[in-house]
Design a protein around this ligand. Structure first.
Ligand code: ZN
Length: 142
């Protein structure tokens, strides 16, 4: 499993701009590379906890995991995090204060730290992916 540098930068930036609140997003990817973040629509964040209504989460088979921030800085999953990890996806990223390039860790669904390679997804590749999607859509119409 890999993560695109663009997504990681987005998550670190979102963590920084959300302080003192946490954020929680769902992650999506294709071909083993995490590339997209989905914000649950009814997220209500405060300093201590993030609440979200289960039924408001997008139902999407390609959800690969979650990412959230720890404004306190600890890059370890809490007990609440572990129950979220178990219920959703296979890879979970935590970003923490001060949200520098190395202030993140990835975990599997049981909370064990896993290595996640950061890759640059080139614009061309992204564009080809989009084009592929358009073609699939067009084929479905035929
Ligand atoms: Zn947490």
């Amino acid at each position: 499993m890999k993560v695109s540098r663009g997504l990681l930068d987005f998550l670190l930036g979102l963590g920084k701009s959300s302080v003192p609140d946490e954020f929680v997003v769902m992650l999506r990817g294709e071909g083993g590379v995490l590339t997209e973040a989905l914000l649950p629509p009814d997220t209500e964040a405060n300093e201590f906890q993030v609440f979200y209504a289960e039924e408001s989460l997008p139902i999407d088979v390609s959800v690969a995991g979650t990412a959230h921030s720890h404004p306190g800085g600890a890059l370890r999953p809490s007990d609440e995090d572990l129950s979220m990890f178990r219920s959703r996806g296979v890879i979970h990223i935590i970003v923490g204060t001060p949200f520098g390039p190395d202030d993140w860790r990835a975990f599997d669904r049981s909370g064990r730290e896993v290595g996640l390679k950061v890759v640059d997804v080139g614009l061309d590749e992204k564009w080809l992916e989009e084009l592929g999607r358009v073609e699939d859509f067009a084929e479905d119409l035929l």
